[in-house]
Design a protein around this ligand. Sequence first.
Ligand code: RP5
Length: 161
Amino acid sequence: MTAAPLVAIVMGSQSDWPTMQRAAEMLDRLEIPHETRIVSAHRTPDRLVVFAKSAAEDGIKVIIAGAGGAAHLPGMIASMTHLPVLGVPVQSKALSGQDSLLSIVQMPAGIPVGTLAIGEAGAANAGLLAGAILATHDEALADRLKAFRAEQTSSVAERPV
Ligand code: RP5
């Protein structure tokens, strides 16, 4: 995509990409320009600060942040920007993503992170939710979102085969 990105998809590790790719697929589907980055709260803390503090002035409107295990990434980003942050708990090997979920969802009052489901469903829904947020000020995007929903509805068979 060549248009300036409106959504940033960030993840703690390359290993998160197979999950976070689902968010990118939804944004592609809705024709929302986006960028993808690896930003680790633990391994690249300086990169995290630069990204979070400059995202708004770079034109980003929504941030999707996915991480697994001790997943501080979404909360740390949210602490440094007023932009909406959608957190995706990546399914971890040790605890199947329960650790990721709890470390993302339980934010103290004052710094919200909109937490999605564990794993690929959460990543896909983060893309759709970012689309819904942007669609509040973009009628053409709202139409694309409605078309996606209608197509999804019509794809559900009446009976199992
Ligand atoms: C987190 O640690 C990442 O978000 C990832 O989910 C997890 C494991 O990372 P790797 O060891 O696979 O790089 O920071």
